[in-house]
Design a protein around this ligand. Structure first.
Ligand SMILES: [Zn+2]
Length: 402
């Protein structure tokens, strides 16, 4: 890529300008050579297809000190956990020309179980399924839990002037955010088994939960998997309806597992109950989560662009302007499990911003802010890929206290 730019720049227009003096021509060529060497070093030029250059995980206050703005760091979007939203901070970010998105926890509100133990996922043995690695999921058919989450979702969209909201942990009870996932089969509670039979018109025999689970994971496996996927998709449909009613125009995104459909024997659907194509009817943005270091690809950052490319093919997303569905990956820069070296920041972001991706965000501000050298590497990348038309000048500063 860098060599190509070199040829384009030098071979483009300069040498045919006969009116130029030799001295001027030499100076221009030297200048272009410097530019091209710089481009070769970074391997980069603006990537106008990438409209969103984000940070996930909180208010990046330290990027807005000493008269600096988010735009000075190439950042134009911030993702903040729903519970940490604050109207003043949202206004401050927006005043800098950046967008604010909320992260919303759907199936991992573990505190709900304290007063509602009947919402705990049940395993194939009929017993409560322990939270794998501490990741507590919730039974997807518990009506009280669903009503509580929908009300919380509505309240966030009502109370805060946000540009969109992203579902998080919208999948079955599992621990997949590591190199070796833990994927228990759930939920075989009486409520789920009753609803499955009603929705599918399949009658299970009078038998123990364990015997019913054997049938559901055996002869009825295809119907069981599809029914579970449909339940999780129905949540997304309801989230969409609320968003359309309360804050139309805001984006609905999802942070989701980066596996392809065939990875881990089809666990995306079979275990996590994520039907990407069905959910795509109700979503605007898929934020695939290829945390390369955390997920066993520390030395293979190309895995990031491979998974993004797979998702694009699977969903039919090309990364073109005005395409309805968008892919904005969230990639790992903070150390979590495995470290991400400073020298790898450029490579990670380079893979994350190849089409069909049209946006990107980094995980996560909490850890990243303690490593300013990585923040600067991120900012250098973001500034370099920023389209020429993007705002660079600092906006007028508000009066103190204004
Ligand atoms: Zn259940």
């Amino acid at each position: 890529m860098a060599a190509k730019h070199y040829r384009v720049f030098v071979g483009g227009s300069c040498v045919t300008e006969g009116a130029m003096s030799n001295v001027f021509l030499t100076a221009v060529l030297m200048g272009l050579l410097c530019l091209c060497l710089s481009a070769q070093q970074t391997g980069l030029s603006p990537r106008p297809h990438v409209q969103v250059r984000g940070i996930y995980g909180g208010m990046p206050a330290s990027l807005m000190t000493d008269g600096k703005t988010l735009a000075d760091h190439g950042v134009n979007a911030v993702w903040i956990h729903s519970g940490a939203l604050n109207a003043e901070e949202i206004a401050r970010i927006k005043q800098q020309g950046a967008r604010v998105f909320a992260e919303f926890n759907t199936m991992h509100e573990a505190g709900y179980l304290k007063e509602h133990p009947d919402a705990a996922p049940i395993g194939p043995d009929g017993m409560v399924s322990p939270p794998p690695g501490g990741w507590q999921g919730i039974c997807p058919t518990h009506p009280g839990y669903r009503a509580e989450r929908m009300a919380a979702f509505r309240k966030i969209l009502t109370d805060y002037d946000i540009d969109g909201i992203w579902l998080d942990y919208h999948h079955g009870h599992a621990n997949w955010e590591q190199a070796q996932p833990e994927l228990p089969d759930t939920c075989f509670c009486t409520r789920c088994l009753t609803q499955f039979q009603r929705d599918t018109r399949i009658s299970l025999p009078e038998a123990s939960t364990a015997e019913k689970a054997t049938l559901l994971l055996g002869v009825y496996r295809a119907q069981w998997v599809q029914w579970r996927c449909d339940v999780f998709t129905s949540w997304v449909r309801e989230f969409r309806a609320i968003l359309n009613a309360v804050r139309p125009g805001a984006l609905l995104g999802t942070f989701h597992c980066p596996w392809a459909d065939v990875d881990y024997d089809g666990a995306l659907r079979d275990k996590l109950a994520i039907d990407l194509k069905a959910q795509a009817r109700y979503l605007d943005v898929f934020s695939i989560m290829p945390y390369h270091a955390r997920f066993g690809h520390a030395d293979d950052p190309e895995w990031i662009s491979r998974q993004i490319a797979w998702l694009g093919r699977y969903l039919g997303v090309r990364g073109r302007p005005r395409e309805r569905l968008k892919i904005w990956p969230i990639v790992q820069l903070a150390d979590w499990g495995e470290k991400v070296p400073v020298a790898q920041v450029h490579t990670v972001l380079e893979h994350a911003t190849r089409p069909p991706a049209t946006g990107v965000m980094v995980f996560a501000w909490g850890g990243l802010q303690t490593q300013p050298e990585k923040v600067e590497a991120m900012a250098a990348f973001y500034r370099t890929i920023r389209p020429a038309s993007a705002p660079r000048a600092r906006p007028p500063r508000r009066p103190a206290g204004g």
